[in-house]
Design a binder for this molecule. Structure first.
Ligand SMILES: C[S@@+](CC[C@H](N)C(=O)[O-])C[C@H]1O[C@@H](n2cnc3c(N)ncnc32)[C@H](O)[C@@H]1O
Length: 255
């Protein structure tokens, strides 16, 4: 279940969300010159992207949707000085606001959905003709060092599913009817002080325990100890340990 896990991470997420912040910035940067009447944000979490939207489009009403109740409550309280934002519990796969939006945005969220094609179709339906959809996605390849080590240490506990690839995401968007105006595919190495701090950070982002890094059963204490030690040994440099994040940013329109 995605909702409860992110709800548990609501308080700590922002302290550890550097790759997500960079992706949210790239989503706002890809937007053309525009001033929409209304915005729909999907998977708004603690409001990292929402904050950038408020800076770029002061006073434009934003419907910020997240499936995790506690995330929604946390952001509603944190952003109470911004009455133009409506914080709503809802699922991006099926959400229908009753109206079509000129701008829909999402960052670091849609890689979690179980059916990306269906979600893209739903977003296409929620977009007004001529409207814009800006999307930031975490892709397969993210945390690959961790996946490889887990595979070695506990091969029977491999992740239940994997993140979508760049090609799968592009295909799902095009199949839904979107025109891809711009796309950027990047791979970045993020540094953490050490392996323990890295694992703590991804846990506090709500990333562990889910389909990205957890398997069909939790690691034992011994396996976890080995994971930390091996990660430190294999992926450390003078500056700390590194982890790969593979992302894409898309600018899409509905003809
Ligand atoms: C990693 S956070 C990203 C939050 C924010 N967009 C950012 O850029 O920092 C992912 C968020 O997506 C939400 N989420 C996951 N699946 C979702 C779905 N199907 N519908 C709506 N929100 C979802 C999670 O609850 C979580 O708050």
């Amino acid at each position: 279940m995605i909702g409860p896990r992110f709800s548990a991470a609501a308080e700590t997420y922002d302290r550890h969300a550097r790759p997500q912040l960079a992706l949210a910035q790239s989503v706002v940067a890809v937007l053309p010159e525009m001033y929409p009447e209304q915005i729909l944000e999907l998977g708004s979490g603690t409001g990292q992207l929402t904050r950038l939207l408020v800076e770029r489009f002061p006073e434009v009403p934003i419907d910020a949707i997240d499936v995790a109740e506690k995330m929604v409550a946390h952001s509603r309280a944190k952003f109470k000085r911004f009455p133009q934002i409506s914080w709503i519990v809802g699922d991006a796969q099926t959400y229908w606001g009753g109206d079509r939006y000129p701008l829909i945005v999402s960052s670091s969220a849609l890689h979690w959905v179980s059916d990306l094609r269906k979600t893209c179709e739903n977003i296409f339906q929620s977009l007004e003709p001529g409207g814009t959809f800006a999307l930031g996605m975490m892709l397969q390849g993210t945390l690959k060092e961790l996946h490889d080590l887990r595979e070695e240490i506990a091969p029977e506990k491999t992740p239940l599913t994997t993140l979508p690839t760049y090609e799968e995401t592009s295909a799902a968007l095009e199949a839904a009817g979107f025109r891809i105006e711009r796309k950027k595919h990047s791979e970045e190495q993020i540094l953490y002080p050490d392996a323990k701090a890295f694992l703590k950070a991804i846990h506090e982002q709500g990333v562990t325990g889910g389909k990205v890094s957890a398997g069909n059963a939790p690691l034992t204490r011994t396996e976890l100890g080995r994971l930390v030690a091996d990660y430190q040994e294999n992926h450390a440099s003078d500056d700390g340990v590194h982890a790969t994040y593979e992302t894409a940013t898309f600018l899409l329109t509905k003809a």
